[in-house]
Structure formats: C-alpha cells, structure tokens
Design a protein around this ligand. Structure first.
Ligand code: MTE
Ligand code: HPA
Ligand code: MOS
Length: 754
C-alpha cells in the first residue's frame, strides 16, 4: 500500500502549519534572540520597536502570566531570558505586529546591553568545572578492573562526534487562535502535542483543558520537534491572550537554525580489551555529552547512549559512564537515534583502532563478538539476537568476498583514488527508555454509512504512520482501507499523548487502534449473530462480508453497521494501550527497558579522491530485520532516508560554533546536507524476515531510527580508504569526516612539508 499522503504531497494539497487559512485579523510574531551566548542583561530597550508602524506590542518575561518556564524534564529553561542569557538566540522579546515584515523590522530595533560572561562550548571543559545537568550515570556489567589482566590486547583512545542540524523542510512554528470561554486553540508543528499543551499551560497559567493543541502534519521533525516546538507555541499563546487576536509565528530558516538545539555532540574516551582469540573481554567508556544551556531531553538522550554503548556486541565486562555537560550552546535535543548513534560510534572506533594496530580487518573483530540470543546487555535485558543472522545473510547475499576483492583490485590499480569498505552492524532498542511514556490511545468511530474515522496520538511527520494506522483498522475490521480515514491529532481528541518518537509511534498507537477496532468488531459480531440467528462463534467478518461458519451471508459491512445502530449498539470506542513487561530501575541501572530490539547489518563502500580529499559513498548494502513488514514501501523509504541522513552526519554536515558560542553554519550555504549528488549510487535493502512473537504491531518491527546508524559505516569505509592510500595516516576518530579533514588526514605532516 502506498503512503496515503503521496498524492496530496505531490499536488501540494497537504496541509502544513503555513497552509492553514488565516483568520481575519491575524497578527504575526517575531522573536528577538540574545546576540551573545552568556551574560548578564543590563538593559533591554524595546521602545523603538514599540513605536514602529504596524507593531501592536512587544512581550518580555514581564508579560508571562503563569511561570516563565518551559523545561520538560528539569525546570531549568526560562521561556524569556530575565537577568541572564545562556545561549545565542535565547528569546528575550517577542514582537507582535500586523505583518511579518513589520514584526521583523521591529526586532531589528531592539537593543540589549549585556555584560558578557565566560562562554564554554566544550563539554570536557564544562565537566571539569562541575557544570553538569544531572549527576553522572554508570552502567556496569561484570568486573572491568579484574578483566584487564585477562586481556592480550588493550587499546585506548578518544572519539568525537559533532552535532547535526535537523533541517526539517518545514521550520518550527505555531498559530494560536482565541476561542470562546477562555479556550485557546494552538496549531503547532510538534511531535508532542501534550508537551506543548503542558508548556503552554505553565506559561499562560491556563488549565490543560483550556488548551486545544492541534497538529495537522509535520514537514519533518527528526526529533527536533519532540521538545523544541514548545517555545513558539508558548510565545504565540501568550501573545494571543494579550491582544485577544490570533497570532502566528512561522520561524524563518536562519532563525530556526540559530535558536534551536541539534543532535548532541559527544566527546568520549574508550579502553577496550580483547583476548588472544579477539574476543572482547572488557570495555570502558566515558561519554561527555554537550547538552547545551538547558536540560531539554539531554538526560534521556544520555541514557540511550549508555543503553547502546556496546551496539550489537556481547562484552562480559563493561563500565560506561556518561556526563551531561552544561555549555552555552542552544539546548541540544532529540535527533533520530536519540544518543544511540553517538554511543555506537565510540565502540566502532575502539574496534577499528584495535584492528588497525593488529593489522587486521575490523570485520573479523566485529563478527566474532556479535551477541547471541541469551547474552545480556549491560543493563540486564537478555538479547533475542538477530545480529548473526543479519551479518551472515549480508555476507552471503552481497558476496562479500567479491566486494573485498573488487576493493583490493581497485586499490592495486589506482594511485590517487582508493576505496574502502566497512561493516556496520546495528542493534537498537524499541520503547521509550522512560517506561511510563510507553502508552497510547486511539479513538475509533464507525458512522452509519460504514465509513470509519480513526484518531490517535500519532503525529504524521513523513514517516507514514497514518498509512499504517489505516492498515491496522482496515485489517482488524476486514474492510477496504478506502472506508477508513485518519484524523490529525489534537489534545481535545486524544489526551496525555507521548511524543511521536522513539520509533515507537506505530507500535503504541497501532496497538491502541487494534484494541479499539477489536472491541467494535466484537460488538458487531454479536449483532450479526442475533440478526442471522446463529451462534456468535460461527460469525466472521471477511473482506466486508459477514460469514457464517465460513459461508458468506448476504449481510455486508454496511448492513451490519446499520443493524448495530438500529439495535442501539455503540459504534465508537476509545482504547488504551500500555506496553506490557517493560521496566527499568535507575538506581541499579538494570531492567528490561525495551519491548524488543531491531537488528541489521550494512556493508558500505566508499571511494576517496586522495589528491583532493573529495569522496563518494558508492554503495550501502543492507540486511535489515523488519520482522514482518506491514508496509515495505514505507519501511524501505525510512531506511533509505535514515541511511542518507546518517551519512550526512558522518561526512559533510558540520555544525560550527565559534568560541563565543555563535553558530557560523547558520544557512544552507554554510551547512551542507546530502543532496541527490551525494546519495550513494547503490542502496540495496534486503529483509531478514523474522516471525518471532514480539510486541511490534502485526510483528512489523519499528523502523524509524535504526537505519540512521548504518550511515556510521560511511565514516569507517572512508577511513579505510584513507589508510589504503597512507597506511601510517594518524587520523583522529572525529566525525564528520569532511573533505577538508579527509585531505588533512591523507597526508602526514612530514609528507606535507616534504
Ligand atoms: N521520517 C520522516 N520522513 N520524517 C521525520 O521527521 N523522524 C524520525 C523517523 N523517520 C522522521 C522520519 C524519527 S527521529 C523518529 S523517532 C521516527 O521517524 C518517528 O516516527 P515512528 O515512531 O512512527 O517511527
Ligand atoms: N526516545 C525518544 N524520545 C524519548 C525517549 C526515547 O527513548 N525517551 C524520552 N523521549
Ligand atoms: Mo525521534 S529522535 O525519537 O523523534
């Protein structure tokens, strides 16, 4: 089944925030963000802005009616700066005017006098100063200190990964509209309607039932709208209450890039120990997470880094410590993989470094250490492993011996171009790491003409969740999917939603749809039994027809629905799903946090132009554990997108803050994302079909985030290409490996001066 949004997108008919028809009298907002990263506010002069033609008013922290606070996990993030600013772009004032142009002009007239304070952008420096968001956390398995003495090879090193701009095509924004009876409706481009509702309730002082947060769909979120859609909604809501008119703020691209947080940069130290047979015995790792100026989702992201610090490998002795370091960057936030990719990069670097020192292929170490079913993760959950199955299938299917030979022959016959290849196994846990977030609700109405309306807490952001919800309803009710419509979500229709995130949206909301439809079906079968005068056990609904003991009757879906209505049987249901069996004890750092894991293996081949440092990623060949995909078109699209986004993070996307904390890569001319020319010529995706009993909806495993981590293979393939050119190249493990860094890495310093 195609994505139901495909035609609307292509025709430009899909409704995003900016497509919502404006109500007459709508005013427009524009925010004034701090020009410096850290300082005391001595004065804020908004008088010229207030006088500017078209300006209605200018809001500051003084205009907050409730609490000046939007922090989700920890209340450490004021909506408006009061005495301090903590990052460049931190909102200080919000101008409301009759046009966007007037609002933006007025922002240019605001003047702030800020006494600068020292700016810290480096997480290690923050940690040394004791500037932590939460106390450090340590995951332990076995006894690392004892284990070192058993190791034949011990390798230490450092690995760094930089941030990543979400670059959703639709920027952040909100549109607040006053309703009667002190109610506000806020259209928000958010992955988390309830998080927006809570934040707006806090700053406006309104109860949550007075806030209808509506989401049509997003032009991408990628985690960037899990927590950071709150600001714009809160600003618009406050302005709306102040002026009694609708207020809209659609954030321009550069402002969005400057004001919002990104993927967390990490700097990490590792120490890995292997026995003589290359079995990894011990792994010790310390992560320094660059959280930015406020907690945002950093504690949860940090936790997932720890969960995924051993990727797909079994290591009997592990000590992993993570620091969430407070710096003066905009608060960093969720981004596809949610800390997992950062953790995985480090163990892959540790393995690569070991292999380089031993003069062997990293794949030998990788393959030998893949975990098996029953091996426990450092957090105590036993693995139901598909790691070997994926790896072996990839080796066989893509004929790795031939790929290896091709690379070797190419390198033999070329001097200035070299190829490299790398394996990237992935194991990613599915569930929100915070157990209580693993719940969802669905509301299903069957109308008397037989059409069905489904609403859930799921937000469509391009990942195809609406199509999957339609499939679930149509499958359970056994009717044509054309009879089912999926409604966009709002806090008035579905309450207390978890964000659409953690790749778990289809599982959680789909299970709720399944439950609601199953209950309606149960009632309908009873009606059919009574109408046809047979035992309910004999009734079955199949392809829109009632069957009795397998024989089609003349009662179809529509007749049955009408009969139920005539008998005054409810045709609506609201269902609640909570993932069973998951738990985690943060005191012991042990538990069973994930419903299941998703596995896969990618084989990446890249070619380096060793004269210029330019490169291409030639091929990414994947065996991916789909479970039983309920929509292979959508799932393959997710994998392709994830791979390209992962390659972007590892290679060309370079978020650059200067030492004063100002974002230098704040436009698309200075921040390079993959385009059609940099997409690998070959992306092959083959399924590992697994039919195990798991908690995935229809056993179709979650697919949103795991594929991003295949992109990590691009870094190691390029590294191998560089080392094929210069075997003594001493490259730091530092991503992204931009062409500039590649060029520097290709030549030793002696080389260059010679
Ligand atoms: N795909 C598209 N097209 N747009 C997005 O914003 N977000 C990703 C992933 N795939 C995203 C996407 C992220 S970060 C997550 S967590 C999942 O989709 C969320 O949706 P799911 O839970 O339905 O997989
Ligand atoms: N993934 C994504 N978002 C989240 C998570 C998670 O595990 N926990 C809290 N928010
Ligand atoms: Mo995805 S980072 O969980 O929104």
């Amino acid at each position: 089944m195609k994505n139901i949004d495909a035609i609307g997108h292509v025709r430009g008919e899909s409704i995003y925030l900016d497509d919502i028809p404006l109500i007459q009298g709508t005013l427009f907002g524009a925010a004034y963000g701090s020009p410096v990263a850290h300082g005391f506010i001595r004065a804020l002069d908004i008088s010229a802005a207030e006088q500017h033609p078209g300006v209605v008013c200018v809001l500051t922290y003084r205009d907050v009616r409730g609490e000046n606070q939007i922090g989700g996990i920890i209340p450490d993030e004021p909506l408006f700066a009061e005495q301090h600013v903590h990052f460049c772009g931190m909102p200080m004032a919000f101008v409301i005017a009759v046009s966007e142009k007037a609002a933006r002009e007025a922002v240019g007239m605001i003047k702030a006098e800020i006494e600068p304070l020292p700016v810290i952008t480096d997480p290690r420096e923050a940690q040394t100063n004791g500037a932590l968001i939460i106390p450090p956390r340590t995951f332990r398995l076995g006894d690392v200190d004892e284990a070192w003495s058993l190791c034949t090879h011990i390798v230490e090193g450092r690995a760094d990964t930089n941030g990543q701009e979400h670059l959703y095509i639709e920027t952040q924004g909100a549109y607040a509209i006053p309703q009667e009876n002190n109610v506000l409706r806020v259209y928000s481009s958010t992955q988390a309607p309830t998080a927006v509702q809570r934040a707006v309730a806090k700053v406006t002082g309104l109860p949550m039932h007075a806030l209808d947060i509506s989401v049509t769909r997003l032009g991408g979120g990628f985690g960037g709208k899990e927590d950071q859609a709150n600001v714009w909604a809160a600003l618009c809501a406050l302005a709306c209450m102040r002026v009694g008119k609708p207020v809209k703020y659609s954030v321009p691209r550069t402002e969005d890039m400057i004001m919002t947080g990104k993927r967390h940069p990490y700097s990490s130290d590792f120490k890995i120990g292997l026995d003589k047979d290359l079995k990894i015995l011990a792994y010790e790792v310390t992560f320094y997470q660059n959280a930015g100026a406020a907690a945002d989702l950093s504690p949860a992201v940090l936790e997932r880094t720890l969960f995924h610090c051993t990727n797909s490998y079994f290591v009997p002795h592990v000590r992993a410590t993570a620091y969430s370091c407070r710096t003066h960057l905009p608060p960093n936030t969720a981004f596809r993989g949610f800390g997992g990719p950062q953790g995985m990069f480090v163990i892959e670097a540790a393995i690569a470094k070991t292999a380089e020192i031993l003069g062997i292929d990293a794949a030998v170490i990788q393959k030998r250490n893949l975990h098996q079913t029953g091996d426990t993760f450092p957090y105590g959950q036993p693995a139901e492993s598909e790691a070997h199955a994926c790896w072996q299938k990839a080796e066989d299917l893509y004929v790795v011996t031939a790929i290896r030979k091709e690379v070797e022959e190419f390198n033999h016959s070329h001097i200035l171009f070299k190829k490299g290849m790398a394996f990237m196994p992935v194991c990613f846990g599915i569930s929100f790491t915070k157990t209580l977030m693993n719940q969802a609700r669905a509301l299903v109405h069957v109308y008397t003409d037989g059409s069905v309306l489904v609403t859930t807490g799921a937000v469509e952001m391009g990942q195809g969740v609406n199509t999957k919800m339609m499939q679930v309803a149509a499958t359970v009710l056994s009717i044509d999917p054309g009879l089912v419509k999926i409604q966009s979500t709002s806090t008035y229709k579905i309450a207390n939603t978890s964000p659409s995130a953690a790749s778990a949206t289809a599982d959680l909301n789909g299970k709720a749809v399944q439950m609601a439809c199953t209950e309606i079906l149960r009632r309908l079968k009873e009606v059919a039994a009574r109408e046809l005068g047979v035992a309910v056990e004999l009734i079955e609904l199949k392809k829109g027809m009632v069957r009795v003991d397998g024989v089609p009757s003349d009662m179809d879906w529509k007749k049955l629905v009408l009969a139920a209505f005539a008998r005054r049987v409810s045709l609506s249901e609201h269902a609640h799903y909570a993932t069973p069996g998951i738990h985690f004890d943060p005191e012991k750092e042990k538990g069973h946090p994930f419903a299941y894991h998703v596995y896969g293996t990618a084989i990446v081949v890249a070619t380096m132009d060793c004269l210029r440092g330019r490169y291409t990623i030639d091929a990414v060949r994947v065996v991916h554990d789909f479970g039983v995909s309920m929509n292979s078109l959508i799932d393959k699209g997710q994998i392709e997108g994830g791979i390209v986004q992962g390659i972007g993070w590892m290679t060309m996307e370079e978020v650059l803050y200067d030492t004063s904390g100002r974002l230098r890569s704040n436009t698309l001319s200075t921040y390079k994302v993959p385009d059609i020319y940099s997409v690998p010529e070959e992306i092959s995706i083959e399924a590992l079909h697994t039919e195990r009993d798991n908690l995935a909806i229809f056993r179709s495993k979650a697919v949103g985030e795991p594929p991003l981590m295949y992109g990590i293979g691009a870094y190691f393939a390029l590294r191998n290409a560089i080392r094929a050119f210069n075997p003594s190249a001493d490259l730091p493990f530092s991503a992204p490996l931009t062409p500039e860094k590649a060029l520097m890495g290709l030549y030793d310093k002696q080389h260059v001066t010679a």
